[in-house]
Design a protein. Structure first.
Length: 297
């Protein structure tokens, strides 16, 4: 009986440690948002009522929460100090990777627009894509955290390797969506449409990004973690990612033709900015990705 009470107290203390660190990191994320955009978060959210900045910040906070679920999943550490160190290390590393992923997406994937400036100006479409990128990046980081084991430099290298591969695939997805959009709309481009504030297009595109990220979760079922196999880890993630992108694209094409039969998606979303239809497309994308991931498990 006394042993059970001791174990319960120990678990309760570990829970408090994890929650305290999580709260601190979530708070820090809000102020990093302001620092990143070189604005005062209180002014943007409460005085200027910048909805776009609010959506962007909400995406960042939710993204960090998703990463933290990967950091706290598993057995408790050997001591309270190690638990605090592990939670802080994984959470801090995840926060850095979220910001790095958004920066890479800004500079490489959405290289034709100034995303931070547009968000400060109140562009809702760009904010939705920004939040989607943060959430997609967080889902990928969480998958890597659950896949990796230990708390060593090699572990973080393995996590970072999977992260880089996933960012590359998000770039590929963006370029693919740009190509398809250009074919349907010869006089405009995807990034131009986002800069113009076309919310329906942003919702649909965000759905594709999150859906692709969700498929990375099942990679851990097939790729055996080896902290010293640097090249094998990268190649494994890359091969699996390419296969999943192909499979996901085929399934989404079929699902949307069935669920949205007799609906001209080009006219409704691209031309008429039908947010309702775009939201259905987003939910189909995420739904198919969740089903695919569950089947892989």
């Amino acid at each position: 009986m006394m042993n059970d009470i001791g174990i319960s107290q120990e678990l309760a203390i570990i829970l408090v440690i994890d929650l305290a660190i999580a709260m601190l990191l979530l708070t820090l994320m809000r102020y990093i948002q302001g620092w990143w955009g070189r604005v005062n978060t209180t002014h943007e959210l409460a005085e200027k009522d910048n909805f776009a900045f609010g959506i962007s910040t909400a995406g960042a906070v939710l993204a960090l929460a998703i990463v933290l679920t990967g950091a706290i999943t598993g057995e408790a550490a050997e001591s309270y100090l190690m638990e605090a160190i592990g939670m802080t290390a994984y959470g801090g590393f995840g926060l850095i990777l979220i910001k790095l992923g958004r920066w890479l997406h800004d500079k490489v994937a959405l290289n034709q627009i100034d995303k931070p400036t547009l968000i400060v100006e109140g562009n809702m479409a760009v904010a939705v894509v920004d939040a989607s990128v943060a959430i997609a990046t967080a889902i990928i980081i969480r998958a890597n955290l659950l896949w990796a084991e230990g708390l060593s430099i090699n572990t973080f290298i393995a996590i970072f390797s999977g992260f880089l591969v996933a960012q590359f695939m998000l770039l590929v997805m963006t370029r693919l969506r740009e190509y398809l959009y250009q074919r349907r709309n010869p006089n405009g481009g995807l990034q131009v449409a986002l800069a113009q504030g076309q919310l329906a297009i942003a919702i649909r595109h965000g759905g594709y990004l999150v859906a692709l990220a969700l498929t990375f979760k099942s990679a851990s079922y097939f790729i055996v973690f080896d902290e010293f196999a640097y090249l094998t880890n990268i190649v494994g993630w890359l091969i699996y990612s390419v296969v999943m992108l192909f499979v996901l694209s085929i399934l989404l094409m079929i699902a949307k033709r069935l669920v949205l039969a007799n609906v001209n998606l080009t006219r409704e979303v691209d031309q008429q900015q039908n947010v309702g239809v775009a939201t259905i497309e987003m939910c189909i994308s995420i739904g198919i990705a969740l089903i695919l991931t569950s089947l892989m498990a």
